[in-house]
Ligand binder design. Structure first.
Ligand SMILES: *Cc1c(COP(=O)(O)O)cnc(C)c1O
Length: 220
């Protein structure tokens, strides 16, 4: 299969998962994660109609996307990887959504650049639902306090939550916990589900699935 065929298969699987969950397929945004793939690999996926893409590094996205976006107006770019505060300006300038808001210093930097640049990317707070020490994200027991600080201290409009479940655990409880915390805070967006678990994420309410390998093939 080539990438347009894999994209079509993923779209079908999303539609099927939505039907099973009694959800409207239009309520799930497919973010095609193109990290490590060059413009030549991305072009066929754009040609197949995909218009929302995800990257995990600001520098890589900056090198690849301005030229692609000039050729293909209307593409939305999402940052799914962690963000250093000193790259907040570049991130706010380039991305339409940031899925990795997870600490006060970053909130402060984002608030400043959002005000300065007059651009308002859609913001997700990343949760570390497994409380894994090596992983980015806010531990679930600190989510309430952090979301309150986003609003009240930094004036950031948080639209949703994002999580990456631990690799060695069933993802469903992590998705369910993320959905529960979002519901409690009246947050409408849920960024959860990757190539291996997006159907489960959709059953549990995902509005954004971040899918790389199932579309572009294995990363080397
Ligand atoms: C790479 C990545 C993805 C996509 O992962 P696949 O397993 O290739 O679908 C999703 N989210 C984040 C944060 C990533 O870094």
């Amino acid at each position: 299969m080539d990438s347009p065929e894999r994209l079509a298969a993923v779209r079908q699987q999303i539609a099927l998962a939505c039907r099973t969950a009694g959800r409207d397929p239009a309520s799930v945004t497919l973010v095609a994660v193109s990290k490590t793939f060059d413009a030549g690999a991305i072009e066929p996926v754009i040609a197949a109609g995909q218009s929302v893409f995800g990257e995990n590094r600001v520098q890589e996205a900056k090198a690849k996307w301005p030229a692609l976006q000039a050729r293909h107006p209307g593409i939305a770019l999402h940052l799914v990887g962690s963000l250093q505060s000193n790259k907040a300006k570049e991130a706010v300038a380039l991305f339409d959504a940031i899925h990795s808001v997870d600490r006060p210093s970053l909130c402060e930097a984002l608030a400043k650049e959002i005000a300065r640049l007059g651009r308002r990317p859609t913001l997700f707070v990343e949760l570390n639902t497994g409380s894994e020490p090596q992983k980015a994200g806010v531990p679930p027991e600190r989510a309430d306090e952090f979301l309150k600080a986003c609003r009240e201290t930094y004036g950031l409009a948080i639209a949703g939550l994002m999580c990456i479940p631990p690799a060695d655990e069933p993802p469903a409880p992590h998705f369910a916990l993320t959905a529960k915390i979002a519901w409690r805070h009246e947050l409408k967006l849920l960024s959860m589900g990757m190539s291996g678990d997006f159907q489960t994420a959709i059953e549990l309410g995902a509005t954004h699935v971040r899918i790389g390998a199932a579309i572009f093939g294995a990363r080397t």
